[in-house]
Design a protein around this ligand. Structure first.
Ligand SMILES: C[S@@+](CC[C@H](N)C(=O)[O-])C[C@H]1O[C@@H](n2cnc3c(N)ncnc32)[C@H](O)[C@@H]1O
Length: 237
């Protein structure tokens, strides 16, 4: 993709001013776990399966599944600097207020199976080979509820075509949302898509989180505020 083709990103790239420890993590540790554009599927260890999480937010789910499944590799893509810094804090164990100037006391091996792409996932898509991923998580994407913003929604024909290309046959795409409009929108976008099959057999399958689940920040907020998230799982045909 040429620079002039860079897609416009409508969300936030930065939030509150970062404290020193998180800022230092971005400066000094991000490069250790950054996706290598020449070998985008390379990790610091052997991996059985490879998953991608798009828009990992504060990284709670990504860090959690990577820790629970050291045998798998996880690529996380996020644009929001504060969220990326939070993920780095989770995987290194470096907390706010820590003085890491003299070197970081990293939890050994905790980041070997995580790679971070700190930009718009649409810039990474062209570097990912066909049929290379076992699963993709798209968890609580921005719903862009206004009709005039519908073309900003991540679930759209172009992105679905890319996801279909990079997923292996039998690979899974999991889309979670707590927004009724985004649920309807996703079901409509996926209906009739010849590349994917909705795996749900009954309401229980999509109204409850999958087994062995690590909740995300937005999921927890939704539940606190009385909204019921749905988990729509699709199999790549
Ligand atoms: C509503 S938040 C949800 C965050 C997290 N998944 C959660 O459930 O807590 C959506 C996130 O997706 C990120 N995002 C949106 N579009 C993206 C893109 N094209 N590439 C990478 N990240 C993206 C945003 O920066 C934002 O942090």
């Amino acid at each position: 993709m040429r620079l002039s083709d860079k897609p416009h990103f409508f969300g936030r790239r930065v939030g509150r001013r970062l404290r020193r420890a998180k800022s230092a993590l971005l400066d000094s540790f991000l490069s250790t776990v950054a996706v290598d554009p020449k070998q985008p599927l390379a990790f610091g260890c052997k991996t059985e399966k490879i998953f991608l999480e798009i828009g990992f937010g504060d990284g709670a789910h990504l860090a959690g599944v990577a820790l629970n499944h050291p045998e798998n590799g996880y690529i996380g893509a996020e644009v929001f600097k504060n969220g990326i810094a939070n993920l780095l804090s989770l995987i290194t164990g470096v907390k706010e207020g820590a003085d890491i100037a003299g070197g970081m006391a990293l939890a050994p091996g905790r980041s070997d199976n995580i790679r971070v792409f700190d930009d718009d996932i649409r810039l990474l898509f062209p570097l990912l080979p066909d049929a290379s991923l076992d699963g993709v998580y798209l968890l609580f994407p921005d719903p862009w509820p206004k009709k005039r913003h519908a073309d900003r929604r991540f679930v759209n024909p172009d992105n679905l075509a890319e996801l279909a290309r990079i997923l292996k046959k039998g690979g899974r795409l999991l889309i979670a949302t707590d927004h009724p409009l985004y649920k309807r929108w996703t079901l409509e976008q996926m209906r009739g898509n010849k590349n994917f099959r909705w795996t749900a057999q009954c309401g229980n399958d999509w109204k409850h989180e999958p087994a062995d689940w690590v909740p995300t920040k937005y999921q927890q907020k939704a539940v606190r505020e009385g909204r019921r998230p749905v988990f729509l799982e699709y199999e790549r045909l």
